[in-house]
Design a protein around this ligand. Structure first.
Ligand code: MN
Ligand code: MN
Length: 468
């Protein structure tokens, strides 16, 4: 054997999904992407994602946990929390004390929330003040069609759901930007400072009521329309949760339709694949769980984020209905033996911004599920760092199931970084690894993912539920 052959044997080589899959798998991959796009189009807020998840779960034999008495192998249940989190579980054949296999993802996404008192009139136009949620590049949210999604209450205490800007005949909204002809001062500013948070006001009206005695007659007319359509008054805004998101449906991207383009793919691409894979599980050896949480984009805080006790409370109740035991010793044993694929997107190397990445340790679109042994920023600050043993265990499952995967961190060390829910799951004393689908233009109104990676994420989670 000459040196070249030896080197080929020794060298690690990343694989590309398009080189590895059969024509049948290619079709399966494209079909999965179509289904995913439907999920994206119908789930633009965490509440909408939970709604769809419940629908999908119930169609696949899952029942609300509260409607069950005791649980045995093969039983399928779900828990929800404040309409913004959902946990799906399938009871395994093995003793639950051997642990649970969990795939966790988040269903919130960067957006513009309406402030609590948002509506005002200026220069004969009605606008809504917003407060951005999560890490956005503010300039990306100007001059694109926007929609309003969310809930608010009428004076009688009735909750109304509002969605405006998605149907063909709906009006849309937008945030205006300064014309280049007059933007000398703006263009000289740093990109991060050119658009201010207080300038992200959404245009919602321009036609006043016919009454010159009313100063802000455009605002008056907007309130009239809202009152007629939804029965709400201006006070309804004070307790509302209304989110401004990009309007319209996701699209295939590329002449070969290799990519999915659309809003909210961080992290709904992982939420969808996690959900879809657990629906396809029959009776697993170990109990399988899909965990979809809110508030990751702002630090996993609050009663619907990963830092809330929801996961622990639900799991404790689950263990009790399966084993009859509700003591902490049993619960701790379950957690210690559990494992979690913390499923969140990674940054795909962007040919337009290559210099932000260290190519040997970055993820590429089309090279499969990205495993991140650790996240964090600078000196691994805030990282959850999976053990060598656990990375090896997961890699073996992926290899045995012909899942194409790659390894990465989030770009060059000194460029920034980020965290996921992994560290909070790890705090409970469970093995956790970050993994997910590489994304281009992350956190923008139009994020892009590769269909090969979506397909591999789905295959990976299925393999994890089946084999670990
Ligand atoms: Mn994310
Ligand atoms: Mn994010």
């Amino acid at each position: 054997m000459d040196q070249k052959d030896i080197y080929t044997k020794l060298k690690y080589k990343t694989k590309k999904v398009h080189d590895e899959i059969t024509p049948d798998q290619r079709r399966e991959m494209m079909d999965l992407a179509d289904e995913y796009r439907e999920f994206l189009d119908n789930g633009k807020t965490e509440r909408e994602c939970v709604k769809i998840a419940i629908e999908m779960a119930e169609k696949n034999g899952f029942v609300p946990f509260s409607e069950t008495d005791s649980l045995k192998a093969g039983d399928r249940v779900y828990f929800t929390n404040r309409k913004k989190n959902i946990i799906l579980a399938i009871i395994g054949e093995e003793d639950i004390e051997n642990g649970i296999n969990i795939v966790g993802a988040h269903i919130d996404a960067p957006r513009l929330d309406l402030k609590q008192n948002p509506l005002y009139q200026s220069k004969d136009m009605a606008l809504l003040k917003t407060h951005y949620y999560g890490g956005i590049k503010k300039y990306q949210w100007t001059t694109v069609p926007l929609a309003i999604h969310g809930v608010c209450y009428t004076k009688d205490g009735e909750q109304v759901e509002i969605t405006i800007g998605e149907n063909e005949n709906d009006p849309v909204f937008c945030i205006t930007d300064l014309l280049p002809h007059l933007a000398k001062d703006q263009m000289a500013k740093k990109l991060g400072e050119a658009i201010e948070g207080e300038a992200l006001n959404v245009l919602v009206g321009g036609m006043g009521v016919n009454d010159s005695d009313i100063d802000d007659s455009v605002k008056c007319n907007i309130l009239n329309i809202l009152n007629i359509s939804y029965g709400i008054t201006e006070e309804s805004f004070l307790s509302a949760e209304l989110e401004i998101v990009p309007s319209g449906k996701s699209r295939n991207v590329g002449i070969d339709s290799a990519f999915v383009g659309g809003y909210g793919q961080d992290d709904r691409v992982c939420a969808f694949t996690a959900l879809k894979s657990i629906l396809d599980v029959k009776v697993p050896n170990k109990t399988a769980m899909c965990l979809l949480v809110d508030k990751e984009e702002i630090g996993s805080t609050g009663n619907t984020g990963m830092l809330s006790k929801f996961f622990e409370m639900a799991t404790l109740e689950l263990v009790e209905k399966v084993s009859g035991k509700n003591d902490m010793v049993t619960f701790n044993k379950v957690i210690r033996n559990s494992a979690c694929m913390s499923s969140d997107v990674s940054a795909a190397v962007d040919p337009n911004y290559e210099s932000a990445f260290e190519p040997q340790n970055s993820s590429f679109a089309g090279r499969g599920l990205a495993l991140m042994k650790y996240t964090g920023s600078r000196g691994k600050s805030g990282a959850s760092d999976a053990s060598s043993e656990f990375v090896r265990e997961i890699a073996t499952i992926l290899n045995d199931n012909e899942v194409i995967w790659q390894t990465c961190e989030l770009g060059k060390i000194d460029q920034g970084g980020g965290g996921t829910i992994a560290m909070y799951v790890a705090n409970m004393n469970m093995d956790v690894i970050d993994c997910g689908v590489p994304v281009l233009s992350m956190h923008s109104p139009f994020e892009v993912t590769h269909k090969g990676d979506i397909y591999m994420a789905y295959k990976a989670y299925k393999a994890f539920y089946k084999d670990r």
